[in-house]
Design a protein around this ligand. Sequence first.
Ligand code: FES
Length: 146
Amino acid sequence: MSQVTEYSEKVMDHFTNPRNVGEIENPSGVGTVGNAKCGDIMRMYLDIDDNGIIREAKFKTFGCGAAVATSSMATELVKGKSIQEALEITNRAVMEALGGLPPVKVHCSLLAEEAIHAALWDYAQKNNIVIEGLKPPVSDIGEKEE
Ligand code: FES
């Protein structure tokens, strides 16, 4: 992906008109992640059916524009996916779907990836199952930045 120095049209669209904002009542899984460096927080709600397909995804993000845009795109990407497919949605995939992010904003997309993982972790805990390849969420993803 070439380096992006400003926000793409898609980022601006998902920032000004975010999809799937809100909460799910009695979600199958809910995960909250934050980055202590910038103070941004993202909460992701998932509704997963008996076949393990994500039917609904909603989010609440208290953070920068890129965090809002990546949460919005992440909820769009996980909908209709199986748990394993959702697990494979990386921050890079979210960024690519948005047409890229400026380098200083790459960490914002990590919040989206981690919020999906945290919500799946909660789902696994509630249902007493092990999701292969899923690691326990970290509360401060700032620690994970390269
Ligand atoms: Fe922290 Fe964007 S500045 S998530």
